[in-house]
Design a binder for this molecule. Structure first.
Ligand SMILES: Nc1ncnc2c1ncn2[C@@H]1O[C@H](COP(=O)(O)OP(=O)(O)OP(=O)(O)O)[C@@H](O)[C@H]1O
Length: 283
């Protein structure tokens, strides 16, 4: 396991715990999607996993070492973190901004070399922002900035990517592109933990889904076991009906990322997030 979280608890103040008793493990190529209502603690948990906030209970182990015993560089070589909020930045160009992701691989005061520039350009290509590489980051749109932050984290070459609502500022096309990138990277060996407000995104990209509610994981497991009408009602207070469909002729399928479709049809088409996303997962 890359990451082991055991009975994790966190509080900002002495008044209340934000979460407690959270336990899970993350292995290679696994994608965990964390769902939950606004203000429930998803971002806080992700910041704890990035070692930005110390737990007040329990532990987080990275490659079997307590994350608190590791320095910034040790953690950053394994974990890439893409925050939800815009950071205040100086007017670096997008290319320079992405190149900053190479910092954990550079010696102190060392300038980026040819390999670092190649890795940054690869990451820029992967998220498709080649056209804006010379623009200052403070002059690009919210969605472009989000893609630039993902590219910066990818340039870091992490083993685990922590994404806090990675599709929140993106148009529909870029949402699908980012979900495809996550899926492709996971197939190539990356592990991902992402928070989301979209239960259907959990189906498209994730092995496991956790629903945060009342300061803990109220459900954790495969998407089809966790994203249920009952759980969505309990979490968001809304009545929805989830439909699964499969039609090879019309290429209609809402499968799990493992490639397993609920109907278990052996003729099911190759899994593709683009294809699956054409079908509303809920109505
Ligand atoms: N720096 C902080 N100091 C004190 N309380 C905070 C701080 N940041 C967040 N909180 C509180 O912690 C709780 C959890 O916030 P968090 O941002 O983790 O939720 P979230 O599930 O990510 O929400 P959203 O889906 O709206 O982004 C909220 O009640 C929030 O007000």
């Amino acid at each position: 396991m890359i990451l082991d979280v055991n009975q994790a608890g966190f509080r900002y103040d002495s008044v209340r715990m934000i979460f407690s008793g959270i336990s899970f493990s993350l292995g290679e190529q696994e994608v965990l999607c964390i769902l939950g209502p606004n203000g429930i603690g998803k971002s806080t948990l992700i910041r704890c996993l990035a070692n930005l906030y110390p737990l007040c209970a329990g532990s987080i182990r990275l490659h079997d070492r307590d994350i608190r015993s590791l320095n910034y560089r040790d953690v950053a070589r394994v974990i890439g973190y893409v925050p939800q909020a815009h950071e205040i930045t100086f007017p670096f160009s997008v290319r320079e901004f992405v190149l900053m992701g190479r910092a954990p691989h550079l010696g102190l005061f060392a300038s980026p070399g040819k390999e670092d520039r190649t890795k940054a350009d690869e990451a820029i290509g992967l998220v498709g922002i080649q056209k804006i590489t010379d623009k200052p980051v403070n002059e690009i749109s919210g969605g472009e900035y989000q893609l630039a932050m993902i590219a910066r984290a990818l340039a870091q070459e992490p083993e685990v990517l922590l994404l806090d609502e990675p599709t929140s500022h993106l148009d529909f096309g870029n949402q699908i592109r980012v979900l495809e990138i996550i899926d492709r990277l996971a197939r190539d060996g990356l592990s991902v933990i992402m928070s989301s407000h979209f239960p259907d995104h959990a189906f498209l990209t994730s092995n496991n889904v956790a629903i945060m509610q009342h300061g803990s994981f109220m459900a954790y497991g495969l998407a089809e076991e966790v994203v249920t009408e009952t759980n969505l009602k309990a979490t968001y207070g809304v009545d929805v009906s989830i439909t699964y469909s499969h039609d090879v002729e019309r290429h209609v399928c809402v499968p799990h990322r493992s490639g397993q479709c609920r109907c278990r049809d052996p003729k099911q088409p190759e899994y593709s997030p683009k294809m699956a996303a054409m079908v509303p997962a809920m109505r």
